[in-house]
Design a protein around this ligand. Structure first.
Ligand code: KG4
Ligand code: ZN
Length: 342
């Protein structure tokens, strides 16, 4: 089976081709056009600007994905597209393009939830032992998901205010590290050494001891602001030290709650997904804690953590088995842009 997938939920325009043969998945192409350089000047993603660039880039990205995979539209068995959650103005471009391709190529089209796609990135190249728990950390979401198998999952906790990625981005802005903030914080934090002449700052670990599996990051962000107010010399050492203290606090909470969920649910595997899962320190810390407690740990390779269409294609592969999509028949889809995880 050949799956062609499109992803335009935020500021990446992406198309991918996945082939499957008796359960063996192989990515034939995964083209990602990132708009980071365009949104940098505004300090964050501007929805209308993102939509306009999706309009310009979507067809070239589709063409490149087909070309790199060395396939023709007639080789495709199934089309898939992200229908939400995400920026509605961005989602519409991908959804409408996919509907037109589905009509023109006479191929069935499957609607895919963006958060399930992030989780499914873990399934590529890995046989998962279930039950599993997945820490989903992106720019818009922070959730703990309990997975019974590849298709049945339940949200057991989420942030009650800011998402983890949002906190990384806002703290980076406060420290003057620019956009995108997450990667900048991790680069600066890596330069930290105990020998640095910097006051030892104790940041809070919000909700680390709460019995539920929810998170809160807005207070941590404010604590960084108050701690910063006390520092006179806002030089590079300050940026390095504050990045380190913030990252440590965020990682402590994320890892501690995920491991507690793993213990309570008696899982076999701990997974991680979403853009913040690209954070090296978080990957190392969660891996160490998971393995120390006897769980198998899986995290997607870096380029499959941030938004991309390959993860949508993998998600579509697993969903198509459940939904029994009639292959080679054109099927209309409902475009529900508020499709949240149930
Ligand atoms: O999943 P994603 O690409 O888009 C959403 O669906 O939101 O996640 C983007 C988020 C941004 O907040 C970005 O700062 C964060 O992921 N991020 C990171 C790193 N790389 C990306 N956060 C921390 N460390 C990183 N290395
Ligand atoms: Zn995402």
């Amino acid at each position: 089976m050949i799956i062609f997938a499109l992803e335009t939920s935020c500021d990446e325009t992406s198309a991918a081709v996945l082939s499957s043969s008796r359960g063996d998945l192989k990515l034939l192409s995964n083209i990602v056009f990132s708009q980071i350089d365009i949104h940098k000047q505004y300090g964050g993603v501007v929805p209308e600007v993102a939509a306009r660039h999706h309009i310009q880039n979507v067809i070239p990205v589709v063409a490149e994905a087909l070309q790199k995979a060395k396939i023709k539209p007639s080789d495709i068995d199934l089309l898939a597209v992200t229908t939400g959650p995400g920026l509605v103005t961005s989602l519409i471009i991908g959804v409408e393009t996919a509907k037109v391709l589905s009509f023109a190529w006479k191929k069935p089209l499957l609607a895919v939830n963006h958060m399930y796609s992030h989780i499914a990135a873990n399934f590529y190249g890995n046989k998962i032992q279930f039950p599993a728990v997945c820490l989903v950390v992106s720019g818009g979401h922070t959730e703990i998901i309990h997975l019974k198998n590849y298709r049945q999952y339940k949200k057991i906790g989420a942030t009650i205010d800011d998402a983890a990625g949002e906190a990384f981005d806002k703290v980076a802005k406060l420290l003057g590290l620019g956009y995108p903030g997450g990667p900048a914080i991790s680069v600066y934090a890596e330069k930290f050494t105990e020998k640095m002449q910097f006051p030892n700052i104790k940041l809070p670990r919000p909700m680390i001891n709460s019995k539920d599996f929810n998170f809160s990051f807005s207070g941590l962000k404010t604590a960084v602001l108050y701690a910063s107010d006390k520092i006179r010399n806002k030089d590079e050492n300050y940026q390095i030290a504050m990045s380190h203290y913030f990252q440590e606090a965020a990682i402590d909470v994320l890892v501690s709650k995920t491991i507690r969920a793993a213990k309570k649910l008696k899982v076999k595997t701990v997974l991680m997904a979403g853009g913040v899962a690209a954070n090296k320190k978080l990957r190392e810390t969660l891996r160490n804690e998971a393995e120390k407690n006897g769980y198998k740990f899986i995290v997607p390779e870096f380029k499959l953590c941030t938004d991309n269409a390959a993860m949508v294609a993998v998600a579509a592969y697993y969903l198509s088995e459940k939904k029994k999509v009639p292959l080679n028949s054109y099927e209309k889809i409902k475009t529900d842009c508020n499709w949240e995880l149930k």
